[in-house]
Design a protein. Sequence first.
Length: 402
Amino acid sequence: MEISLNFYATLVALVAVLLLGRWIISRSKFLQDYNIPEPVVGGIIVAIAIFFLLKYGGIKFQFDNSLKDPLMLAFYASIGLSADFASFKKGGKILFGFLFIVAGLLILQNIAGIIVAKIMGVNPLIGLLGGSITMSGGHGTGAAWAEVFKNSPYNFTAALEVAMACATFGLIAGGIIGGPVAHYLVKRYNLKLPNEHSQDEIEIAFEKPGKERLITATSFVESLALIAISLLIGTMVAKFFQGSSFTLPTFVWCLLVGAVLRNVLQATKIHQVFDREVAVLGNVSLSLFLAFALITINLMELVSLALPMLVILLIQVVIMVFYAVFITFRYCGKDYDAAVLAAGHCGFGLGATPTAMVNMQTVTQHYGPSHMAFIIVPLVGAFFIDLINAFVISGTLKFPFF
């Protein structure tokens, strides 16, 4: 039996997931203390329920996916529209240091995945797909490289299934471990927390998604128009470069268009972007996108994973936790900003940038704002990591055991 949910029913389902997550978290001190995001809590519960209904009741749910891409692209466009080029200078040495840290994890993930695959006697491509391709690259990068591996000279026919299973596992794990890692660091090192009241005026909008913001119908339409323009031009540019030697994911183009649009309007004094309003639109898009991603995952793929695959994925989670605590945190300053950066790194180091943003949002709502983290993570996680990862993967494939 298949139950198909149309656009409206799917939207209701996504909102219900968020409300369910909020309700459960409000009644669980553990979830509150360890900063588990609402979409992750609600999404995992619904995904498990859907899995059991399919396995034991023969009931399959089909969601309308027309919301998925626009929500994701709107989130990235809102990041671009919030990116004041002048604020990039604030990242300074930490931004470049964080880039090196991220690159180091990409290499480590691939080494670990390949070594485990070789030890367990399986195709090393499984280790690579369970490495930086899906752990730091997510579903999009995983699907793209899977198409490469399915063809000659690799001829790995199960590449897409392995990639999607790994990316799904990473998305869940990245959302679960980020908050606890930050909580551990704050308590372990007795970190000095920010004075929230003294920083409200310079607060970056994405840090406090729950804060009330004054919005009018006119200003809302203006902000919505900027996001729509970013999506329109971004998708057009992505389509233009499709198939060429210079390609970037569509969401990166939307982010770049949003950033250029914002700064051109600001420099020419044509329009001042309403950051708080753009943040509301971006945060809503982010939460709904994550809810959709989690309730549409196929847990059958995770259940059907072979033992070597599970071993590789679990090792990647352990590596991410230790790397965030002993490398990311230490080399980013060993302060509260570094702890929030570590939580964000867990998000996109195993899952995706939206997961990283939610991780940091839940941490900053609990402990206070971290402006530096919200400048650095979107830049690295939404743009630089894809470029660095492409070079790392290409270089890894040059080794003879492939």
